[in-house]
Design a protein around this ligand. Sequence first.
Ligand SMILES: Cc1ncc(COP(=O)(O)O)c(C=O)c1O
Length: 386
Amino acid sequence: MAIYLDYAASVPINAEVLATFTEALTVSGNASSTHSFGQTSRMMLEESREQIALAVGCDRSEVIFTSGGTESDNLAIKGLFWQRRGEDSARNVIVSAYTEHHGVIDPIEWLETHEGAEVIWLPVLENGQVDLKALENVLLDRANEVALVSLMWANNETGVITDIQAVTALAAKHKIPVHSDAVAAFGHMSTNFADSGLAAMSITAHKVAGPVGVGALILSRASKVTSLIHGGGQERSVRSGTMNAAGAKAFAHAAELAVKNLDQHIRHTDSLLAKLRESIETSIAGARFSRADAPGLSMNAHYTFEGLKSDGLLFLLDQAGFAVSAGSACQAGVARASHVLLAMGRSEDEANACLRITFGLETTAADIDAFVQALVPAVESARQAN
Ligand SMILES: Cc1ncc(COP(=O)(O)O)c(C=O)c1O
């Protein structure tokens, strides 16, 4: 049987969450209808909102349900940008970094092309951390022109963790809102919204063993966004469309379990990571752990292997029964160098030679042993084929 080591792409749905989801799907009624069916659906939605708020550390009025991380990122970035520039036309600058997920990079580049936004991509250090000194300088120089800062909490490719409180502390001096894509972080490290100082935070269910197609933008009560989807005025009029009450219920259950099991998850994946690193680094020459000394997610091991191409290695590992990836699943199938590694100053060859191994509570030490046993000859063959 194949072994799944691609948790950063999507965590397999939890059996209890699946049961909750399938039962919730049998509830009929539009949550906006006033009859009893609608009210049952509405109650389910509002209880789920409360449950997510508890898991995230925010007020329930701050939870805006969306279709997932990409939509939440778009809503936060375009919504905050248009809102702030609408209030003050001088605020035309977006500050971010090129290590972000395409769910953030692409809306920013779209605003640059179609809306005349000016974008400042912050420098990234060799270990994948964003240069916060550079952020401080940009904010000092351009404070009155910055509409927003968007920096992810944890990187989905390398697992590098950003010190979000340090970011929000810098931005707070100039009253600039910060959005964080916490899709890779939520449920895999501690991410309390109330303590973060963030204006907005994106999360999605399928990274915490919930279903695909439901997520949320956590938007602080003090922050306003221009809505992107107009219609029936649902979700504080920020995100119109009939609410996905069953998806919300499943997401809420998954989020609650993720937070409840967080300590155990971190302890378990920490020990798997140590084992994996020790085995890879003692048995494969030319293996480089991508984030080096930067703080990172314990469920993520990202490597480059000198002298090979990721797609060849992935093919061999798949044949051997291991599901891993080169980086962002959203780009899988398109053989492109990792934009994250390129932003970290690595060469095109290195950015084409990466492998991401991500795991969770269900992964065993035996899975890791079996994986490394398959990896050693696969790296050898991929190097010969190159
Ligand atoms: C960091 C990050 N942001 C955003 C997304 C997109 O989330 P979704 O798949 O829910 O649209 C992903 C998914 O891989 C991600 O890893």
